[in-house]
Design a protein around this ligand. Sequence first.
Ligand code: ATR
Length: 280
Amino acid sequence: MADNNTFGIAGLLGWPVAHSRSPVIHNHWLAQFGIPGRYVLFAVPPEKLEAAVRGIAALGLRGCNVTTPHKQAIFPLLDRVDDLARKIGAVNTVVVEKDGTLTGFNNDGNGFILSLRDADPNWRPDSGPVLVLGAGGASRAVVASLAAHGATEIRVTNRTIDKAREIADAVGSAVKIVRWEQREDALDGVALLANATSLGSAGKPALDISLDRLPKTAIVGDLIYVPPETPLLAAARARGNITVNGLGLLLNQARPAFNAWFGVMPEITPALRQAIAATF
Ligand code: ATR
């Protein structure tokens, strides 16, 4: 619903939302392109989600991002949800269509894949086996998107194995379930190691994994961006692997959302990276 002649508002629905860096990203782009508008935070408790979503079109918003705990709960409140978001089982972006109806997308997994390509243009989802640590919502977005982009062997390991099974059921035969105790064996021959657990984030213990069996050619991605370098990424970088933190996902998932809301596909510039870095 791009209309640069009117003040355009988009925002984030979540509970809590205060920690989000999305306003920095979208407001940077709005200023860069001289588009009158604002990206704002909407702290919406679960019991008010329905009323908030009903108001999105009425208030003239271009759309919104959706975060915890609303990514699944929003499904029945939307007019349509695209296939990948359905497979992921979560929506992270809502677009208000010209007729006022709401469409849900999930750009998280694609954003992660693009951030890996930014760091290593030679890497592709089908470059070789992938090992994904964790089986929560973030993992599911990454695994479904990797499969959609042609990954043929996605090893998924999780402390609670039933959640890895759920991802395999949703995504299909490319997913191979690995017991958590076997996670180091599963490093053999991988082209990508991705951490989608919360281990290594600020205030949490580090992941317990030796990288001895990880090929030096593998790229290592962590969905965490606070801290910017988790112990996993530090260990991987020290042995020569290319590493990527979760900021790349955040930046890359924002591009198609901004384009859908404001009609311009923005770039991830050094100035934007600096603006984000200044918030840490
Ligand atoms: P998100 O939405 O970010 O994916 P989540 O759904 O809470 O968050 O998932 C957190 C992930 O970190 C899960 O894979 C979780 O494993 P369980 O499914 O077994 O809970 C993983 N995780 C968190 N703490 C962990 C720990 N101490 N050891 C191993 N895995 C852990």
